[in-house]
Write a protein that binds this ligand. Structure first.
Ligand SMILES: Cc1cc2nc3c(=O)[nH]c(=O)nc-3n(C[C@H](O)[C@H](O)[C@H](O)COP(=O)(O)O)c2cc1C
Length: 226
């Protein structure tokens, strides 16, 4: 099948079905009135090391409401900060519990039974039950599309990262993340999620300008992945 995204009915289900598995940003924010908010966002990724930058994308309008905007985006635009908490299996159900379009004066921390932990550099609290929290300052929101489907692409700089000790180990070249301990949750489409139980390695090949091409080289030549 060849698909024209402009005319294909419910193209969004195809797009989110093929860009998988997606990591989930569990985003905590604080309104200017001090209400703490929490919601999952799987249009999410890390995009640069220096400055350490991540992005996620939120639709502006809350589905099921006439004129409500999503609290996460509103809070970030008003306060310039947020925290991304990594979603892991033990808190996946709690993450899901926060995803309904609750009124703005409701804190999803209490709905999901999660605990607020103070951040160091931002006023927004972290999720204590998440093993990784990234305190972020807003760099820019880029608007994508038009209403009613408009999304805001949030670009944030990580200014502090908290990582639970048991998910780190010291490798030969420095600290690494133990994914068996981390138990990250991946999002497939709709209500489907996945785990990272079936892990395998591929040694990345290297090539420098002027070198011989792979077929002329000794088998197995390569370098460890970054
Ligand atoms: C796993 C998961 C991932 C989601 N990813 C996104 C996303 O990337 N962008 C988005 O606009 N909504 C996403 N949603 C829906 C929001 O979480 C939902 O609209 C939420 O109520 C927004 O809350 P807020 O108004 O407190 O920000 C996702 C929901 C789930 C369960």
């Amino acid at each position: 099948m060849i698909i024209d995204p402009k005319t294909f009915e419910r193209f969004n289900l195809i797009l989110t079905g093929v860009v998988v598995p997606r990591p989930i940003a569990f985003v905590s924010t604080r309104s200017t009135d001090g209400v703490v908010n929490l919601a999952p966002y799987s249009f999410f990724n890390a995009v640069a090391y220096n400055p350490p930058t991540l992005v996620f994308s939120s639709s502006r309008k809350a589905p099921g409401w006439d004129d409500k905007r999503k609290d996460t985006l509103t809070n970030i635009e008003e306060t310039g900060e947020f925290v991304v908490n990594v979603v892991v299996d033990p808190i996946a159900a709690a993450m899901n519990a926060t995803a309904a379009e609750y009124p703005s004066d409701v804190s999803e921390f209490s709905i999901a039974g999660l605990t607020e932990a103070a951040s160091e550099l931002v006023k927004t609290p972290r999720v204590a039950e998440s093993p990784v929290n990234m305190e972020c300052r807003l760099v820019q929101v880029v608007d994508i599309g038009e209403q009613p489907h408009q999304h805001g692409l949030v670009i944030g700089e990580i200014v502090r990262m908290h990582v639970r000790d048991d998910v780190l180990y010291e490798g030969p070249n420095g600290w690494r993340v133990n994914h068996q301990a981390l138990q990250p949750t991946g999002r497939l489409a709709g209500n489907a999620y996945c785990r990272t139980d079936d892990v395998y390695e591929l040694i990345r090949p290297s090539y420098s300008q002027g070198e011989r091409l792979p077929e002329e080289r000794a088998p197995g030549a390569g370098r460890a992945a970054d």
